[in-house]
Write a protein that binds this ligand. Sequence first.
Ligand code: FNR
Length: 182
Amino acid sequence: MALKIGVFIGSLSAVSINRKLANALTRLAPEGVELVEIPIAGLPLYNHDLDADYPQVARDFKQAIAEADALLYVTPEYNRSIPGALKNAIDWASRPWGQNSLGKPSATIGASPGPISTAVAQQHLKDILLFSDAPVLGQPEGYIQFTEGLITDDGEVTNDGTAEFLRNWITAFASFAEKQLG
Ligand code: FNR
């Protein structure tokens, strides 16, 4: 398997539990599957007045997406939806009109301290991705209820069951992406 997965992390926080989750998935990915973050923090607010002359930061962002075979969204839930920073990044990626970058095999996963984790945000996100012409992984779903110390900053998972779940999850997404890519 040789697959490059671009990773969007929906949180801008320096202590993000979703960044820890992304780090864990990077460590647990099967051989040949590379996870590379596509940063979203430097993007200005999207404005369609700029479509005729995208700023360099947005061109670089779209180029990074172009270099990925598949896209992984690791996101918190904010007020039962996705964070504004992630929606902003998606809006940039979807334009200029006719140049949508998002139509690649995609999957969503997220962590929250809450018992239903990020289920509602991920459902919203899947709607957006389907509209964006992305084939989206249906099963297995990935809703991680984060407890203190579950994943270290550099992505070591301290609970064996969670580590096994995440290893199986990223392996399933890689297989899904490979099938979609033919
Ligand atoms: C939250 N949080 C939250 N959690 C949840 O499960 N459902 C929700 O709707 C919300 N809403 C929400 C809104 C805002 C503005 C904040 C700041 C937080 C709590 C959230 O899950 C928690 O802060 C996580 O730690 C956020 O993820 P990161 O940033 O640590 O990756």
